[in-house]
Write a protein that binds this ligand. Sequence first.
Ligand SMILES: C[S@@+](CC[C@H](N)C(=O)[O-])C[C@H]1O[C@@H](n2cnc3c(N)ncnc32)[C@H](O)[C@@H]1O
Length: 469
Amino acid sequence: MLKMYIQRGECLCGTFLLSFSLLLSSYILINTVFRMHSWHHSLKSTMTQTINIQNILANFVFEEDGKRSRTLIEEIEIAGQTIPKFINEFWTSRQRQAHSLHEVSYRACFKPQLPRFFIERLTHEGDVVYDPFSGRGTTIIEAALLGRNIIANDVNPLSALLSRPRLYAPTTDEVAERLEKIPLTSNEQSEIDLSMFFHQRTLNEIIALRSYLSYDRQKTNPDPKDASHTKYAPHEIDSWIQMVATNRLTGHSNGFFSVYTLPPNQATSAVAQKKINAKRNQQPEYRNVRTIILKKTKQLLKDLDIFQMETLRTISKHSQFLTNDARDTKKIDTDSVQLTVTSPPFLNVVQYAQDNWLRCWFNGIDAEEVGKSITMSKTIEQWCGVMRDVFRELFRITKKDGWVAFEVGEVRNGKVKLDEYVVHLGLDAGFSCEGIMINQQQFTKTANIWGVSNNSKGTNSNRIVIFRK
Ligand SMILES: C[S@@+](CC[C@H](N)C(=O)[O-])C[C@H]1O[C@@H](n2cnc3c(N)ncnc32)[C@H](O)[C@@H]1O
């Protein structure tokens, strides 16, 4: 009897111990997960708080082909503050270092290495990266490839048309299949004379594609922000085809629909093209529109693997593509952006509407109308007037501890120091200025090592003013 009680007691005791240890281990597990979660969060916020961009830039060593260059630091007084200038080569200029998905031509675009430098150092996966002057979408495509959420804005509708389809990159087979279904024969005539660019048969194919895409747009009327579907709808592949065709209109090789045109290819006017044809004694030859679109598709998709495709698709679901003036972007939430990397229109160096007349024609966009909303400042005062409001808006949408990297190239051979004007604008908006970063692509290595400033070569340098909220 006693033995039985002892056995039962042992049994009860065992059950109790087992339950207790189960409870204890669940508690430890939950506690550990909870701690890890909050640890991760606090680490993330500590990391955000402790990022010291000045140290990063000051200690940066560029290495390529066995050569090394250190950062040269200069200082400048602006608005009663000492602003450091960090001069070095901060990324390689080699094109093959950039993802093939970027290879879409656009005037005054920057290299993907530029936004990557900041995205990698100043953001985490899931943070929002923004470009108010998005152009071909270099910043947002690079950010999406790195798993960051994105907001793109550009007053020129061509910008979204050239960037958004790359978040929905289809496979080459899907594009080939789709292209076979699009009828490329047409008797329709172009409203304008384009015979100086295209062989008549090529032009017929372009016009057929243009009509098809425009009809397709009206028919399916896809909402550009509706990215809820997981499978590609046909109109997504059509948007890809439209983006590639827009890119292939004019150029200097047989990879384009046109006869040889002079760079900047997309800007060549009909009159200028006639002169080029006469000078080179050339006539447009037939180019197969389908073959060219497919070839360029393959090139663009060359580096894109299945994981990146998935990442882009996921990011696209929360992406925003706006066509607002950068001064007024109400659709962007206050305190929502972790990093802005951008390059504004400079003084009236580039006339975007004129530049893109043929691309606009192909896409049924009124180039003149777009031209009216594009910032064209003749004087530095006018330019600063516009950018002052842009900075005010950037301050509103930037998160606390968030960043802005504002790139201005060398304007008028370096005579106009736009970067220094930009420092004032950012400070006035409420940001703190972390410094001016000068990326000298052709910086003389010896001069750099010996601490001799050599800022005379301006053409290949980027001047980026870095702000923090
Ligand atoms: C220097 S480009 C940007 C290029 C871009 N970083 C890239 O890599 O493609 C400047 C862009 O600003 C756009 N833009 C000009 N004025 C604007 C405005 N007021 N608001 C928004 N976008 C504007 C132009 O359409 C052009 O695409």
